[in-house]
Write a protein that binds this ligand. Sequence first.
Ligand code: GRG
Length: 297
Amino acid sequence: MTQKSNPNPTAALVEVAKIIEIELDTCIKKCNLPQHLEEAASYAVVNGGKRVRPALTLLCSEAVGGTLDQAMPSAIAVELIHCFSLVHDDLPAIDNDALRRGKPTLHVKSGEAMAILAGDLLLPVAFSQLICEQYSHEQQARLTKLLATATSDMVVGQVYDTIGGLPEHLDALQQLEEIHRNKTGALIRSACQMGAVCGNATPEEFEAISTFGSATGLMFQIVDDLIDLHGSAELVGKATGKDEEAGKTTYPGTIGVEASKLAVKDLQKQAETAISSLNGDAETLSSFNVWMAQRTR
Ligand code: GRG
């Protein structure tokens, strides 16, 4: 994998996504699982997701002068947590979705019990990635803490979004931010911070990457809401228009479509500014940030 300034960032991103897919496949196979559980876990993980979170981990490591290889176990850990959350999110008791990444959801394919259990399995497998020779004990502790905090924040966000219980003193926009800062933003931010830890970032660099991660995490959700409103199910690989149908609070629903698009532009700029003075190669990270603002799936 190249570490120098990259003349073709798009090709680099495609390469990064391919490598992540291979690493995820290897990781599940190494678990030595009974065949039906291995099939279910692979189905949940190795299935053409966009790999946004692990790509951020790798690229944030690169942006502070680290290597992609050093960041790989963390990238895999973050993506396993994400895949776990998608399997459980799709379950009948939560979002009750039949389609994910263009294919039947795991509970539709293998039954609810297997979907719950295969999802459960991904949690310990994720954390065990962080216990490896590549990381010092201090790094292992910091990475574990970051991932654990983001995972519990994600559950909090999911509870707010599906069950409720948001602090009542917050206005509509603040409530929306509170849901998404937890549900989607926390894991994206920690994906970035973990990359910084893997790349031995200075405290200032860690701060800059954290600012980048907060901005890009919120931006990701606003783009997601816009895609749910206007995108095609075929392109997105899951049902669209579900938010409106379920009466969910969304950015376009709360502040309007045009204001949501402006917010995306503003957050993209904030993220860009945060990484403008990093010591490593932030070119691919910067291109990825642009792609995240413009994505249609
Ligand atoms: C304890 C890990 C755990 C989970 C239980 C179900 C749950 C609590 C949390 C769900 C959180 C959730 C589903 C957030 C949605 C985030 C989101 C926008 C997902 C779509 O992400 P993409 O577009 O998907 O990156 P791909 O398929 O590309 O990976």
